[in-house]
Design a binder for this molecule. Sequence first.
Ligand code: NAD
Ligand code: UD1
Length: 335
Amino acid sequence: MQHVLLTGGAGYIGSHAAAALLQAGYSITILDNLHNSSRSVRPAIEALGGRPVDWIEADIRDESALDRLLAQTPVDAVIHFAGLKAVGESVAHPLRYYDNNVSGTLTLCQAMARAGIQTLIFSSSATVYDLGQKMPLREESALGPSHPYGWSKFMVEQILLDLYRSDPTWRIALLRYFNPVGAHPSGRIGERPNGIPNNLMPHICEVARGRLPYLTVHGNDYPTRDGTGIRDYLHVMDLVEGHLAALRYLTTSAAPLVLNLGTGQGTSVLEMVNVFSEVTNRSVPVRVGPRRPGDQAACWADPGRARTLINWQARYDTAAMCRDAWCWASREETG
Ligand code: NAD
Ligand code: UD1
């Protein structure tokens, strides 16, 4: 049985990956500083996974905590979810982002190297691309982040590729997520945004719950089919399946894996609102506001390489994304 360390495993994507890994027969350790998550997710992961998890509350920048952990636990691979991810905050506090996301990854890799652990899957993002170019984005499309959060992902990608070049016994996967949404179909784990959410799906849920009066559509004058922004939303369950497939690939293949994880389908803001209302029977009033600074008209993936190399393809549609996001959000409402 393989043992996987999940940094940031208490967070939104990490908690879904934790449950999926347990279900697939892996044993896991979650290491998280709970900056953007809470202990309450642990029993839910254990219930879904059917087994206990090792749980360490520590920071990835804490060298001695990492050394202790890696000396005690026979870790075969690390999935590195830990990171800060708020674009606006990264513009206001770039040093915080470079310290947490870049220095944190350096500290983690150094500890892995000391412990002789060389398999690492990294949570990257579509935000590493120059989003002004023609869609869909392929892995060889031009890179060019537009904010410190994006640059922190770009820098870590570069560091990990250099690490591989210096020592090809490392097994590295850089997974570029498009727009993860939804929740575990059980409704027991999901995304818990801090404060007023910025992203579309949590915002739609807040409106459907009656906590916000309406959804502000950030611009309806884009050159898209209905004038609103188009993104490649993918179900978090599909996303975590991509990690399991990448993990399997790394056990047999050497070259670094750089992959888009998206559906290849673009959905507009109004299309998503309509699907959500239909599936959940909740009304989501909208008001059109100005464009959000920094937004692009459209962004979607060409996921062909993931299909070819790791035999992964997204299966859930937007109806399932909305249904499961709402199942989680409405369950939270009733406790
Ligand atoms: P999240 O905030 O829910 O989870 C991240 C977890 O990492 C949190 O539990 C947080 O407490 C922990 N963490 C942060 N800094 C840490 C540190 N220094 N030491 C230990 N733990 C730390 O975010 P998420 O949505 O689950 O994202 C996971 C990863 O995927 C992040 O690296 C993010 O940048 C990346 N990503 C997310 C999205 C998205 O839309 N959610 C898109 C692309 C990439
Ligand atoms: C945002 C981040 C991106 C990050 C991604 C993760 C910015 C500029 N970019 O991207 O770096 O990787 O989240 O999921 O923050 N929308 C509304 N009303 C709302 C919220 C969103 O109309 O209240 C629209 C947006 O204008 C956009 C679409 O919905 O067209 C999706 O927005 P969002 O969920 O924030 O994702 P991204 O913009 O792709």
